[in-house]
Every structure is written in C-alpha cells, then in structure tokens.
Design a binder for this molecule. Structure first.
Ligand SMILES: Cc1cc2nc3c(=O)[nH]c(=O)nc-3n(C[C@H](O)[C@H](O)[C@H](O)COP(=O)(O)OP(=O)(O)OC[C@H]3O[C@@H](n4cnc5c(N)ncnc54)[C@H](O)[C@@H]3O)c2cc1C
Length: 595
C-alpha cells in the first residue's frame, strides 16, 4: 500500500502562510481507493461490534486484543518488527474510526500505538525493536508512556524521577513517581523518562513486572471512563542499561517527537468523535417532537446541525490534507534512502506546526460539536441514559493531553518563527510586501473565477498573519517587546493561523469536489459550507488581529494596522441563514452525518 506518487508541488511545514496550494495537489477523503474503503469498513464493523463495551474499563484488554487480531495495532510498524505498514492515509482512516468509538478506547489504543510504540521504533536499538515491537503489534503486550509527574506536566523536562547507574554499570535504578498514566492498569511495558544523575533527561523501556513498580488507584475521571489512568511509582527499579532509548540526556527528542504525530492523530480521532456526535444529534432532532413537529424543523436547531457539520467537514479537510503531506514527505525521504522509521520521524517533525494545528482545531471543534449535541437533546442531554452526556464528557480531555491547547498554540507560533529565522521558509520577503501594500492604494477589482472571492479572502488572511506576526517581531527587534512574555498576542496569532489553515483546507476540498462528477451532494451544499465558513472566519480573524495589534501598537501606527485589518477582511457577507439551511436539509434528510 506504500505506492502513492509524490506530488510536484508539496509545501514545506509552515509554508502555507506564505504560499498558495492547489486543489490538484491536495488529497481529499472523496478520493479513498478501494483498499482504503475496505479497511474503513473493517474498522467500522469492529466499532459496531464493540458497542457499549468500549465505555467499560473491564473490557479494554479484550478489545485491545481483538484490535491486535484485526491488525489495527501494527499498521504503522515495518514487517521486520511484526508490523504490516499501511500508507499514512489508511492509518488516518483507522484513527478516525477508532476516534468514533468513544468511552476512552481511542485513548487506550492511541497511548499504545503512538506514544507507547513510536519511541521504540524511532529511537530503539535493533535489538530493542526486535524484542518489544512484535509483542506490541499483536496486542499480546500493551504499552504505557510515563512522562507526566505530579509536579511536572507542561513543564515535562523538569521531571524529578531519577535514574542512577549501578556500580557494575549493568543497570539503572529508577526512583520517582509518574502521574496520569494511560493504560497503567494493564500495560506490560512502560516508556519512562527520568533524569540520569538527576539532570540528564533520558528515555527508558521498562518492563512492568520489574520489582519495585507499584500503581496508584484508578483515577476518577470526568470522562473516558473506559480507559485506565493511574499513578506509577518506582522504587529502586532495576532497568538494564541496554534499555536506554536514544542518547543519554536527549530524552526531550523522544518525548516531543512522539508527541508530534500523536497530536495529528488526536485531531483525526476528534473528527471521528464529531461525526458520531452529529449522527446522534440529527437522529434525535428528527425523532423528538415538540409543538407537534420534529425539533429539526426549527431554524435554531438547523443552525446547530449545520454548524456542527460544516466545522467537522473543515476538520476532516484539515486532517486528510495533513495526512497526505506526511505521507508525501515520508515517501520522498524513503525514496532518497531514509529508513521507514527515520522517514516517519522526520516527516512529523517537518509538519510540527500543522500537527499542532490539527490537535487544537480538532479538540475545539469537538467540544463545540458535543456541546451542541447535549443542547439539541435538551434535558435528555443531561442524562447518562442518552449518549450525548458521555460524548460531552469524553471530549473534554482532548484539549488537555498531548500538550495542552495553550502549549500547542505557543508551539505552533514559535516553530514557525524558528523556521523563518533558520531560513527554512522565507517569511521576511512576503511580510515586507504586505508592509508595502499597506501604504499603497487598495485595488477595487472584483475577484475572478467561481471561488475567486474565497481565494482572495484566503490570501488576505495570510497577509494578516504576516502583518501581525511581522509587526510583533519588529517590536521585539526594536527592544520594545519580548514576545515570549506576551502570550496573549501569541494566542491571537495562533488563532489566525488555525483559522487560515482550516479555511484553506476547506477551500481546496470544495474546489476539488467541484470537479468531480460523482460527488455525494449537489455542489451548492459544499459551496454553502465554504461560504459560511469564510463569512465567519473573516470576523473571527478580524477580532484576533485587532486584539493582537492593539496590544502593542498605538496612535498612528495602530491606525495604519487597523486599516490593514479592514482592507484584508473584505469578504462580502453572505446569507448565512439560507446557506446553513441548505446544509441542515441534507443532514436531516440523511438522518446521519453524510458528508
Ligand atoms: C486522562 C489523562 C490521561 C493522560 N495520559 C497521560 C499519559 O499516558 N502519559 C503521560 O505522561 N501523561 C498523561 N497525561 C498527562 C497530561 O499530558 C498532562 O495533564 C498535561 O500535559 C498537562 O499537564 P498538567 O496536568 O500538569 O497541567 P499544567 O502543566 O500544570 O497546566 C495547567 C494549566 O496551565 C497552562 N500552562 C502550563 N504551562 C504554561 C505555559 N508555559 N504557558 C501558558 N500556559 C501554561 C496549561 O495550558 C493549563 O491550562 C494524561 C492526563 C489525563 C488527564
């Protein structure tokens, strides 16, 4: 399945800010091949069969083993280590469907296949890969990832767990405590981060039955109650010196690199959860009668259904666009001689900005969608007898783990600026062009082509990023501001980046769908999603940019910037009521998520 052609015009990580993408170069879910559709159906069947079991802790091991039998735990691992690697897009399909399972099973699988297995694949010696990966691929063994401690979460590198070499040089003795460890109740193997000699942050593979390891009780969580989350204590735990992962003192490379791809997958799993929540919403809205009619007849409910669907459609466009970028990069690296694991690692590093966007956007769209699912259910949404309540509770974790959304917002902006400073992408030239444009006469020409207005608006969103981030960087260079201490501004810039990436991904998809004769729905439904999204994104971006600029500029300088914001947010308002009704009508008719 690893045979997809590399396109000629693939953007580098973060480059979407300064370059245009073409629909022809973008993969969209409407293009799944037969093999991908088959895999999708297989995972769907697994999900349906698992049913209610996913929400119950006592069934997690059984379900993991079933997933192992179906090959779902090994599709990102080379055959030499017991795997059966699928292309990235097929893996994305699997993550989407697992995300729809709810109850915490997606968390269980993701902790095992992602942060549990990838550190071994990326940084393990050949001997360690051969020893551990086959058992993890089959599901015979389950993995946990132990980074967080009671005193160190976001500030993970300040962990206190120690590792000290024994006098004979054969073992490290681990002492410390880890917190919130997924799968801890049943895992057989732990990836553990500890400070060698108290200050060299390093990764280890630790077998769970090693004497000296004890567990705290299961945490009483708000949601994902089916997953196991416990503290893990280490008291003089003897770990063979050969179980060190990567280089001593370079554990941060393992911790953060495993998280890049984990963040992308989390966004994808969120998309699966959204589709399920919409399906629950629309079925209930059609069935529930008030004032002698289905509540789906009411405009207020149509608004919610349409908004749930269009945000999810945008998230799906984001997810498969990034998936394909990762796939192309991996393929290109392998074609030039890189090993599979090296290529996977480097591809995720290249698109670290986009992976962070997927995580933040995915988790926030999901929270919106499940909140409206509860609202559509009224009082029944507040009852555990209906699925809306669990979907609502389960979703909330996504903004917290794999790096909180605040940390991911900081990261996407800092990564972008770092890439620009290193000369990997040229933001200075385009930012200078935007500055020049600000002092020139605006053009009054109407955009051409069927999606000309959206193309123009998208280009303008990018100009706003360059104007806002460029002005902040200039302030810093002039010694008037330290960006690191002005997080509110960084959050604003991150929000504009996320909005812009989502708008572009949606536009590319709708443009491509327009050229397909076998599209599922009339084109004007896709166009409606696009127009509503651009309409609303324009005002969200306007607000974020205004807030950012007014935080550091004043007087005439601020006036110039605000004129820029006005000039670059000229997307003509659309009749969002009618456009949303078109989208809602399709959902109501299908009685399901159907895009
Ligand atoms: C159900 C569950 C499962 C988990 N599974 C695992 C697992 O398997 N393995 C594992 O290692 N960990 C796991 N975690 C831990 C998770 O990754 C952390 O909870 C998360 O990284 C946040 O750390 P914290 O809870 O200590 O919060 P803190 O880091 O204390 O953050 C608290 C708040 O402060 C903000 N904040 C912190 N630093 C900054 C900053 N520099 N700038 C701006 N804002 C900041 C955060 O965004 C957040 O809003 C899990 C957590 C939960 C709840």
């Amino acid at each position: 399945m690893e045979d997809t052609l590399v396109k000629s015009n693939v953007l580098k990580g973060g480059e979407f800010i300064i370059k245009e993408s073409r629909a022809d170069d973008t993969f969209i879910p409407e293009e799944f091949n037969e093999e991908q559709k088959m895999v999708h159906q297989m995972v769907k069947d697994f999900r349906k069969e698992a049913g209610e079991k996913v929400a119950k802790l006592e069934h997690q091991v059984e379900l993991m083993e079933q997933a192992g039998e179906l090959g779902l735990l090994k599709c990102h691992i080379p055959e030499a280590y017991g795997g059966m690697p699928f292309d990235t897009n097929t893996n994305t399909i699997i993550s989407e469907e697992l995300g729809a399972m709810g109850g915490g099973f997606a968390t269980t699988v993701a902790a095992h296949t992602g942060i549990g297995m990838l550190p071994i694949l990326y940084f393990g010696t050949e001997e360690l890969k051969l020893k551990y990966l086959p058992k993890l691929c089959s599901g015979e063994w389950k993995a946990s990832y132990c980074l967080t401690e009671p005193g160190s979460g976001s500030d993970a590198l300040s962990a206190k767990t120690r590792a000290d070499l024994t006098p004979d040089g054969k073992y490290y003795l681990l002492n410390g405590q880890k917190m919130w460890i997924t799968n801890a109740g049943f895992s057989n193997m732990l990836i553990v981060f500890a400070q060698i000699d108290g200050d060299k942050f390093t990764g280890f593979i630790v077998e769970k039955d090693t004497p000296g390891i004890t567990l705290g009780a299961e945490e009483h969580k708000l949601g994902i109650k089916g997953s196991s989350t416990r503290q893990v204590f280490f008291e003089n735990v003897k770990v063979p010196a050969g179980n060190v992962l990567g280089q001593i003192g370079k554990g941060h490379l393992i911790a953060f690199n495993a998280l890049n791809i984990g963040r992308f997958k989390l966004g994808v799993m969120c998309m699966g959860a959204c589709k399920r929540a919409i399906s629950i919403s629309v079925k209930y809205a059609n069935e529930r009668q008030q004032f002698k009619q289905s509540i789906s007849n009411f405009g207020a409910i149509k608004y919610k259904l349409a908004e749930q669907a269009l945000r999810t459609f945008a998230l799906e466009s984001v997810s498969y666009r990034i998936s394909d970028l990762l796939q192309d990069k991996k393929k290109a690296l392998m074609d030039s001689g890189a090993a599979y694991s090296e290529a996977m690692l480097e591809a995720a590093e290249e698109y670290a900005v986009e992976c962070a966007i997927a995580k933040v956007y995915g988790s926030e769209v999901t929270d919106y969608v499940v909140d409206e699912t509860v609202q559509i259910h009224g009082g029944y949404g507040y009852s555990e007898e209906y699925p809306a309540a669990a979907a609502y509770r389960d979703a909330r974790i996504n903004r917290i783990y794999e790096g909180t959304n605040e940390i991911n917002r900081l990261l996407m902006v800092s990564q972008l600026l770092k890439r620009s400073m290193k000369g990997e992408i040229d933001m200075v030239g385009p930012a200078w062009e935007v500055q020049k444009e600000l002092s020139s006469m605006p053009s009054f020409e109407s955009p051409e082509g069927i999606y000309g207005a959206e193309r123009k608006a998208l280009g303008d969103f990018k100009k706003i990023i360059l104007m806002t981030a460029g002005a902040a960087v200039k302030m810093q260079m002039d010694g008037q501001m330290n960006i690191k201490e002005e997080q509110e501004i960084v959050m604003n810039v991150a929000d504009i980046m996320i909005e812009t990436f989502a708008a572009e991904s949606l536009l590319l998809r709708v443009e491509k769908v327009a050229g397909m004769s076998d599209r599922k729905h009339p084109q004007d439904v896709y166009d409606a999603m696009l127009r509503v999204f651009f309409n609303d994104a324009t005002s969200r971006i306007q607000k974020s940019a205004t807030d950012a600029l007014a935080s550091f500029a004043e007087g005439d300088l601020l006036k110039t910037f605000l004129m820029g914001v006005k000039r670059f947010t000229k997307y003509l308002p659309v009749n969002v009521k009618n456009e949303r009704r078109k989208i809602a009508a399709v959902l109501i008719e299908a009685n399901d998520y159907c895009f």
